[in-house]
Write a protein that binds this ligand. Structure first.
Ligand SMILES: [Zn+2]
Length: 93
């Protein structure tokens, strides 16, 4: 299913794509990604729209999630355990 996460309306470019039972966790992850990467853009095409998908894969002691570009389909994977602990924002050039 597809549902828009509601976390203040400030950022709405991350769309959670997951069954209801893991939606809360994914909304938390979406918040952390927005906090970590305030200028998130697709590494391939520069689009700012993504699906956030629970991969079902366990990596580095926790959930691994994918960001899927809504325009070109580029997939970027994050270990939630590492991302959660990271000092935010994570500034890149
Ligand atoms: Zn893209």
């Amino acid at each position: 299913m597809t549902r828009e996460p509601d976390y203040g309306g400030e950022k709405d470019h991350l769309e959670v794509f997951e069954p209801d039972d893991s939606l809360d966790a994914l909304v938390d992850i979406a918040k952390a990604i927005d906090e970590a990467f305030p200028n998130l853009k697709c590494l391939r095409c520069g689009s700012e729209g993504f699906y956030l998908v629970d991969t079902g894969v366990e990596g580095f002691g926790g959930k691994a999630v994918d960001l899927v570009c809504q325009r070109c389909g580029m997939v970027e994977r994050h270990s939630w355990k590492i991302l959660k602990k990271a000092a935010k924002p994570i500034i890149t050039d």
